[in-house]
Write a protein that binds this ligand. Structure first.
Ligand SMILES: Nc1ncnc2c1ncn2[C@@H]1O[C@H](COP(=O)(O)OP(=O)(O)OP(=O)(O)O)[C@@H](O)[C@H]1O
Ligand SMILES: CC(=O)N[C@H]1[C@@H]2OC[C@@H](O2)[C@@H](O)[C@@H]1O[C@H](C)C(=O)O
Length: 404
């Protein structure tokens, strides 16, 4: 037997595994690195985050990714070069992190690497009847494995697509195993570039739990912060606070069939980008809005669409605990709108209160998915969870890359 298969077999049998989860999201702010200790699998999964950091991307790296990011026309050679480049870079960054944490790579069982989404195209969005749902992540896992010397799982989304899903959101799997709490209706709200939430009902019914994207989180705010402030984001919503919400523009922004579509659904910056905002401005005659008003309106747009999506699952007479994660939870204007828009039956906190730092939650998710792929197999709980084709006993997400 190949020794590396033997090694993987042994890792699968361990009572607990040390897994580095990597996430590079739609905000392109940096690489999230979470060293997780994971015991058990499926509903018995127990996670402790031993170390977490976000390694900021340099302006040069952001520009290299933006050259192909969410664009319909790109330089294909550049995409080809970026695939191994990012894989190698992510591997080097993992090595640097482990060194700074004093953890030898030999003491880490697996790396779980999301890679960088460069294009997301669910059928509802691309509209080509003869093509399936599609999504593309780069930063090839073989390069991560070769750089780190650690068995790496990557490219988690393709199996979901292969079984009829949109390849996202995958958060449902991790959230259900890690955060379900019988007796409490929980809403796990992640506000990254794109916002999504997982509904975890108090009876933990696997047929009811699901995750869905709601639309933009920070992606539009960041795009205009770069333009108006020459900053990566509108820190603490300072510009938004100075502006007035423009109702005509807000109404125009909300005119997209995505918002009325049934759950679960996914989207990305391929749809919600500056061209989308400009079209809404033209349609509503608000092209000359001052920057602060535009930022205030876009912030409200994100929060209204999040709150309206969440409201669809709220039942009268029930209490709900909303646990926030992702960079948007640090924006006080976003969180103030949410508190105002959602009913009093909702209480608000961060996943930090559940033992998982909100900034680390998505990186942890991929560590949990890798754990499940190697040692579990419980990633099936009802057909609602991701529009997977019915009758599938479970899907194992992630491809294995051996270091040599
Ligand atoms: N203090 C702050 N004030 C305002 N916004 C903030 C603050 N801190 C973080 N953010 C926002 O959070 C973003 C980063 O969020 P995060 O890392 O969760 O996104 P991501 O993982 O890249 O996105 P996605 O989940 O869509 O893939 C920043 O780009 C910024 O918009
Ligand atoms: C295609 C893709 O990369 N989607 C991301 C993105 O970022 C947030 C939202 O859009 C979510 O659908 C997804 O990531 C999380 C981790 C998920 O799959 O649950």
């Amino acid at each position: 037997m190949n020794q590396q298969i033997q090694q993987l077999y042994q890792i699968a049998q361990k009572p607990e595994r040390r897994i580095v989860g990597l996430m590079s999201g739609t905000s392109l702010d940096g690489l999230d690195v979470a060293l997780c200790r994971i015991a058990g699998s499926g509903p018995d999964t127990q996670v402790v985050i031993e170390h977490f950091t976000t390694i900021p991307y340099t302006d040069d790296l952001k520009a290299r990714i933006r050259a192909v990011f969410a664009k319909r026309q790109i330089d294909f050679e550049h995409l080809c070069l970026l695939n191994p480049y990012l894989g190698r870079l992510h591997g080097q960054l993992v090595r640097d992190c482990l060194r700074s944490w004093g953890v030898p790579p030999t003491e880490v069982d697996l790396v779980a690497s999301h890679g960088q989404t460069v294009f997301h195209a669910p059928k509802t969005q691309h509209g080509h009847p003869d093509y399936p749902n599609a999504t593309l992540q780069i930063g090839d896992g073989d390069h991560v494995a070769a750089e780190t010397g650690i068995i790496t799982l990557s490219d988690f989304r393709q199996k979901h697509v292969a079984h009829g899903g949109e390849g996202a959101p995958l958060a449902v799997y991790g959230d259900y195993f890690v955060f379900s709490q019988p007796g409490e209706n929980r809403l796990l709200l992640n506000m990254g570039g794109i916002a999504n939430f997982t509904y975890l009902p108090a009876d933990a019914d696997p047929n009811v739990v699901f995750t869905t994207d709601t639309g933009p989180g920070n992606t539009l705010l960041d795009a205009y912060a770069r333009q108006f402030l020459n900053q990566p984001y509108d820190a603490d919503g300072q510009l938004a606070t100075q502006g007035q919400i423009n109702q005509a523009l807000l109404n125009a922004l909300k005119q997209n069939p995505f918002f009325a579509a049934p759950f679960p659904k996914t989207t990305g910056p391929e749809v919600f980008n500056k061209a989308y905002v400009e079209a809404a401005q033209t349609g509503s005659g608000t092209q000359d809005l001052p920057p602060a008003d535009l930022m205030a309106t876009l912030t409200r747009f994100s929060t209204e669409t999040i709150a309206e999506a969440i409201s669809r699952v709220l039942q009268p007479g029930q209490a709900y605990a909303v646990y926030m994660s992702g960079g948007g939870m640090h924006n006080p204007v976003l969180t103030a709108h949410l508190r105002q828009l959602l009913p009093q039956s909702c209480t608000f906190g961060q996943t930090d209160a559940l033992g998982i730092a909100g900034d680390a939650k998505e990186a942890m998710l991929f560590a949990v998915l890798a754990n499940e792929a190697v040692a579990g197999g419980h990633t099936h709980f009802g057909n609602r969870t991701g529009n997977l084709r019915s009758g599938i006993p479970g899907v194992t997400m992630g491809k294995v890359s051996f270091p040599t």
